[in-house]
Write a protein that binds this ligand. Structure first.
Ligand code: GDP
Ligand code: MN
Length: 430
């Protein structure tokens, strides 16, 4: 599709063209006029990659007014009875009568946990099995930077009949790289601590964020898998999920699924976007950018303008990564990996507190087509303090459309920005 439109447009006059890496080593040619920053919101040419928020819906108002509009939009979307996704034949991916005879997708449930989290991850697993996995028996992969104890293993076995693998994450995947300057790290972490940023000085949390950002999918034990669903201790699921979500991704070719969309603590990602732009403006890296990326969502400045001004333009909107159903081959791609290596070298996982959620989100919105990023709107989910709670016949025990049990946290919700700027046709999908 893209190739033919590229060829067609060769007859016109273009200021630049470039090859976008496609599947199996092929390239897509696309051409654009470089005077279009105002109209399209982006320029992508060698050593000149720029993004600009163009306000496609012409939203106006103070942040408070915008937030009211956005809250209304969110409520309006949640007011509709929601069904399973409409852009795939869900009947073809129903649970089997007998899970033992089911041909699974190439997928695993992953949980990075500590030995002392057996009962909290156990709670999650009990709920998760009831709502999804006892119909399918997808295997679990438990990850830990220390060896799991026998007590942990036998405790966990009580919660599920599904196969389980226990992986000790080696120091090469977990520990701080040797190029990190420890004096600078201490100075910067203390500064974050002085601003009351959670986990500012806790090095293991920084390790965890780096591990989930750019490491886990390279673990030898995960090489055999393409898809994963990430779970965490103490989360809850409110809907009975009656189709194979992995086969939904596989069948639609989508790369990433999320439930909750929110702003980040901007102090933790001050240089993430500038560092990303620096990367994109080096050598041929411009070629990694996907023309159909979620750029407007990335830059939306209306609801929390302070975020953008403190981060060099990044809205800080991100997919909350304690819930992810995704394709690891996306992270294994050259684009994502070259970018991650650049980020890692810059030290921001330790000099700041870059989270894996904003890192995944930036990578996806730059290098993937936004139509390949899926809001699992129909999956009721909770990780303290936020919900995704759909109104549907499969939903139990959450209050439809509620974002948080603390109303003052509603300004942290940027789901309506995703809906407005990144979903082309809501009614086609839901
Ligand atoms: P929060 O949700 O951002 O507050 O972070 P969590 O404390 O929930 O951590 C995210 C995930 O990483 C959870 O699944 C934790 O169990 C896990 N985790 C965090 N730090 C460590 C660590 O040092 N070792 C291990 N094994 N797991 C960790
Ligand atoms: Mn958590």
């Amino acid at each position: 599709e893209m190739i033919s439109s590229g060829i067609q447009s060769l007859t016109d006059k273009f200021d630049f063209s470039y090859l976008q890496p496609g599947n199996n080593g092929s390239y897509n040619l696309w051409n654009m006029k470089s005077s279009t920053l105002e109209q399209t919101g982006f320029i992508i040419e060698p050593n000149n990659v720029q993004f600009k928020f163009t306000n496609p819906l012409g939203k106006k108002g103070t942040p408070q007014e915008i937030q009211e509009q956005n809250d209304k939009r969110y409520a309006q979307v949640f007011d509709k009875q929601i069904t399973e996704p409409k852009d795939f034949d869900i009947e073809s991916i129903r649970p089997p009568a007998d899970p033992k005879k089911y041909k699974l997708a190439n997928a695993t449930i992953i949980a990075l946990v500590r030995n002392n989290e057996a009962s909290s991850i156990g709670k999650t697993i009990r709920r998760f099995e009831k709502k999804f996995n006892d119909k399918f028996h997808y295997p679990y992969t438990f990850l830990n930077d220390e060896p799991f104890t026998d007590a942990f293993k036998s405790r966990i076995a009580k919660y599920t009949d599904a196969p389980m693998e226990f992986v000790t994450v080696g120091p090469e995947f977990w520990k701080k790289p040797s190029f990190i300057d420890e004096t600078r790290q201490k100075v910067e972490m203390d500064k974050l601590q002085a601003q009351n940023i959670a986990y500012a000085t806790m090095e293991s949390y920084h390790n965890m964020c780096r591990f989930y950002s750019g490491m886990f999918y390279n673990l030898p034990e995960l090489q055999k898998y393409k898809y994963y669903w990430r779970i965490e201790p103490n989360v809850n699921f409110y809907t009975d999920i009656k189709y194979d979500v992995f086969k939904y991704l596989q069948g639609t070719g989508k790369k990433y699924g999320f439930t909750i969309n929110l702003y980040d603590i901007h102090e933790t990602v001050v240089s993430l976007w500038p560092e990303t732009l620096r990367f994109l403006n080096l050598g041929n890296n411009y070629k990694y950018v996907n023309k159909n990326g979620a750029f407007q969502w990335l830059l939306e400045p209306h609801q929390n303008p302070k975020k953008n001004s403190d981060t060099g333009g990044y809205s800080t909107c991100h997919f909350w990564s304690n819930f992810e159903i995704a394709d690891m081959d996306f992270y294994r791609s050259e684009a994502y990996n070259e970018w991650f290596k650049h980020l890692d070298r810059s030290g921001g996982f330790y000099y700041e507190r870059w989270g894996d959620a904003p890192v995944h989100s930036l990578g996806l919105s730059l290098f993937a087509d936004k139509k390949d990023i899926h809001w699992f709107r129909d999956i009721g989910y909770f990780h303290d303090p936020y919900f995704n709670c759909p109104k549907s016949e499969n939903t139990k025990l959450c209050s439809a459309g509620r974002f948080s049990r603390w109303d003052h946290l509603n300004d942290q919700n940027c789901m309506s920005s995703w809906i407005d700027y990144s979903i082309d046709d809501l009614d086609k999908i839901y």
